[in-house]
Ligand binder design. Structure first.
Ligand SMILES: NC(=O)c1ccc[n+]([C@@H]2O[C@H](COP(=O)([O-])OP(=O)(O)OC[C@H]3O[C@@H](n4cnc5c(N)ncnc54)[C@H](OP(=O)(O)O)[C@@H]3O)[C@@H](O)[C@H]2O)c1
Length: 300
């Protein structure tokens, strides 16, 4: 099949492209950077250079495709340190660009990277934008089938705490503790997407994706052992302290508030209610596997 991949060769795009090419599909990868061409072609895929902000480019690239994989990213909307950027409006704009491009190109099968938290209009901070984008895509005509993929939090998010892990031997968040929660590896997301692309499409469907269920304290213990620092801790601080820290560092207030509210919903467990009602089979990548990758990056 002819398949278009957005999200370049990022965390999901790279393993997804590899798997689809191995399965014999004709894959075109969209990247915003011309210098990515060599690396994409080395995976056996074609390249289309352009952005998610350009609906005419998207329409032209989607033309003739059997399936398009659509993802949105905050990247490219503005600087995280610019307090005036409306990132949520930027994400909705990408959703509208995709809707327009799918309609104009005539593509009938869409796999959309959404997120846990997309089941509800509010209460989950930054994740509510995924509810809005799902709704935009749901306005496409009925003959367009859409598979909404809702991964839980990525293990790779923990790389963002590398600085405090190195300086203070701590992951610092407004949620933590011993309650297990689901985490996912982008490798399992890529496999789930590749699998869905080869299964029949019918109407609109939703699939949650998770790899392992572990608590924040277990994560700190396993990562601490992997990096040779058994004292690594997962420290919980109040919402207000985390928010003030981020605002003080100059982070965009919409993003800072969104993160704090999202993590508060992890802490209360509310975020996971719909996931547990529709619990998926867990993927192959476990915390112990991620810990090996984490240790490698930590020691680099
Ligand atoms: N983190 C989580 O816990 C979580 C949970 C649920 C869902 N999600 C979803 O997962 C997404 C991240 O997926 P990922 O990790 O595969 O992404 P990623 O590794 O961040 O890669 C995204 C790639 O998209 C390309 N890109 C950036 N801006 C662009 C633009 N304006 N136009 C065209 N291409 C652009 C960039 O590659 P080039 O430089 O080559 O253009 C970038 O590397 C999030 O945005 C969110 O929607 C995340």
């Amino acid at each position: 099949m002819k398949i278009i991949i957005t999200g370049s060769i990022g965390n999901i795009g790279k393993p997804l492209t590899k798997e689809l090419v191995e399965k014999g599909h004709a894959v075109t990868v969209i990247s915003s950077k011309a210098e990515r061409q060599k690396d994409i072609e080395a995976l056996g895929a074609k390249v289309a250079i352009g952005t998610m902000q350009d609906p005419d480019f998207l329409s032209a690239t989607f033309k003739g495709a059997d399936i398009v994989y659509l993802m949105e990213t905050w990247e490219g909307i503005g600087s995280l340190f610019d307090k005036d950027v409306d990132f949520e409006a930027g994400m909705r704009q990408i959703g509208n660009n995709y809707k327009q491009a799918v309609e104009q190109s005539g593509v009938k099968r869409v796999v959309h990277l959404s997120s846990i938290g997309a089941h509800s209009a509010k209460g989950y901070g930054s994740l509510s934008v995924h509810y809005q984008v799902e709704n935009i895509l749901n306005q496409l005509p009925n003959d367009v089938s859409i598979k909404f993929m809702r991964p839980v939090g990525f293990f790779t998010n923990i790389f963002r705490s590398m600085q405090t892990i190195k300086a203070q031997a701590a992951v610092i968040s407004n949620h933590g503790g011993d309650d297990k929660e689901p985490w996912v590896s982008p490798l399992d997301i890529a496999s789930a997407i590749a699998e869905e692309m080869e299964l029949p499409f019918a109407g609109r469907t939703i699939r949650y994706i998770a790899s392992d269920e572990v608590s924040p304290n277990e994560i700190a213990k396993v990562l601490g052992e992997a990096i040779g620092n058994p004292d690594l801790k997962w420290l919980v601080i109040p919402d207000e302290q985390l928010l003030n820290g981020m605002l003080g560092a100059g982070i965009n207030p919409q993003l800072a508030n969104g993160l704090v509210e999202m993590q508060a919903s992890q802490r209360s467990g509310l975020l996971y209610e719909d996931y547990y009602r529709n619990k998926p089979r867990l993927g192959k990548v476990k915390l112990a596997d991620f810990a090996k990758d984490f240790a490698q990056v930590y020691h680099q």
